[in-house]
Design a binder for this molecule. Structure first.
Ligand code: 5GP
Length: 190
């Protein structure tokens, strides 16, 4: 669906209109469902929920408001894209977790799994600290690209291999606040 949002000058794909692929209503409905499932699974436990910055900040914030259990939060910041629309192939750790996760139930919350490289990096980093359990949630998943090496416990939506923005995801740092998910029509690139 056309969104009426045109990419401004000075940004990649400027002049192209964003296409809404997941509506704000469906985003919220799915996050609520995942929240219910997590609450059910972690009854009587106090997991540490680790958000992957920057992209997962909105998903994380909405998700925890649907939990009916006690939990702690922490954040890790990594980068594999820089300001580009393709993965650089290497992951840099920009900010590590501060919580001691040894012996704890850990849930890592990602915005999107594209190649799966970041996920592999996160799994290795978490396992170094020997958590009692480790699960992964991602809001978006690109099944045509991702290597299925790491099991993902909760996926919001599977999407096609297209660059998307909104709900935490950026295009050169803009569009993170859009309430739905929007694709850039790369074929329309000038
Ligand atoms: P991966 O390591 O799985 O290739 O990529 C994961 C990271 O790349 C995500 O956390 C996100 O920051 C970025 N990324 C991957 N695909 C997209 C996309 O379609 N749009 C945006 N904005 N970022 C993406």
């Amino acid at each position: 669906m056309d969104s009426g949002i045109i990419i401004p000058e000075g940004y990649p794909f400027s002049g192209i209109e964003l296409e809404e692929i997941i509506s704000p209503y469906l985003v919220q409905k799915r996050v609520e469902e995942i929240g219910e499932e997590i609450s059910e699974l972690y009854q009587d436990k106090v997991p540490i929920i680790i958000g992957v910055l920057n992209g997962a900040f909105l998903f994380m914030a909405d998700l925890v408001r649907h939990l009916h259990i006690q939990f702690e939060v922490d954040f890790i910041k990594i980068d594999s894209y820089g300001n580009n629309t393709k993965s650089s192939g290497t992951v840099r750790l920009l900010k590590d977790i501060s919580a001691d996760i040894t012996g704890r139930h850990v849930i890592v919350v990602e915005d999107i799994v594209d190649t799966g490289l970041s996920l592999k990096f996160l799994k290795r980093r978490m396992e170094e600290a020997s958590p009692k359990s480790l699960r992964f949630a991602t809001f978006l998943y690109k099944p045509d690209v991702a290597s299925p090496e790491v099991k993902i416990d909760w996926v919001g939506f599977n999407i096609d291999d297209r660059f998307v923005v909104g709900y935490g995801l950026d295009l050169k740092q803009i569009y993170r606040g859009l309430p739905g998910i929007y694709a850039i029509n790369e074929d329309a690139k000038k």
